[in-house]
Design a protein around this ligand. Structure first.
Ligand SMILES: Nc1nc2c(ncn2[C@@H]2O[C@H](COP(=O)(O)OP(=O)(O)OP(=O)(O)O)[C@@H](O)[C@H]2O)c(=O)[nH]1
Ligand SMILES: [Mg+2]
Length: 211
């Protein structure tokens, strides 16, 4: 499966978190389709009976893919409030975490920030690399990079002691998804600790994507 794995026994767990409708399942399916070079039908609409992508996740989805040198298990957690209590069980086992927000839904930011802060302050995630995705950048209403960094306090103590990156992406179109996961998987070390080389842009942990 895939052309990106020279992995012999190297394993990684990627745990995807975020509120309902932020695009976690779309992101998981997108990266898996890119890695396996399969086409994803992005013209589907919510409610399409055959499109499991667009159904709110019950519990969690689990995907297996060999990518970027690791036999990777992706945990796509349900984002509805009733499933969020399961997040801590799964992120405690994470090699890396992806936290996704719906960048086009500013009304969800306060709740997303509360959960993001909880995850980052949990001792269980203290050294875990985190990729923060501002999803739905294909929409005109998607928040600006700087707005999100400020609102979620991404350039501060919550993030500075760990490999951390924030990117604007579109899981729907695939914009920056491959790039995002390539960075994330480069943060994995055999012992699950910090990477030998921490990618930085200038003096910042952040890289602004031109969209
Ligand atoms: N415009 C746009 N829509 C997106 C994007 N990513 C996901 N969506 C849409 O957002 C809706 C929710 O996507 P899901 O991937 O199911 O969201 P989720 O985070 O898995 O939701 P839960 O399983 O309920 O937690 C769907 O209608 C997707 O088509 C994106 O990048 N751009
Ligand atoms: Mg889902």
């Amino acid at each position: 499966m895939g052309n990106f794995c020279g992995c012999i026994g190297k394993k990684a767990n990627v745990v995807i978190l975020g509120l309902q409708n932020s695009g976690k399942t779309t992101t998981m399916t997108r990266i898996m389709s890119i890695v396996t070079r399969q086409e994803l039908d992005v013209s589907s609409h919510p409610g399409h009976p055959d499109d499991s992508l667009l159904t709110p996740t019950i519990g969690q989805n689990i995907g297996h893919i060999s990518m970027f040198g690791y036999k990777t298990t992706i945990f796509d957690m349900g984002g509805q409030s009733s499933y969020r209590k399961q997040w801590s069980v799964q992120y405690a086992t994470a090699t890396t975490i992806v936290f996704i927000i719906d960048g086009a839904d500013a009304s969800s930011f306060a709740e997303a920030r509360r959960h993001f802060t909880q995850v980052m302050q949990d001792e269980a995630t203290a050294n875990t690399p985190v990729l923060f995705l501002i999803n739905k950048c294909d929409l005109d209403t998607c928040a600006r990079f700087e707005t999100v960094v400020e609102y979620f306090s991404l350039d501060g103590p919550l993030t500075h002691h760990r490999p951390f990156r924030v990117l604007r992406v579109s899981a729907l179109t695939g914009h920056s998804i491959y790039y995002a996961f390539r960075w994330l998987m480069a943060q994995v070390t055999p012992k699950g600790g910090r990477p030998a080389r921490h990618i930085r842009v200038g003096s910042s942990n952040f890289e602004k994507m031109i969209v």
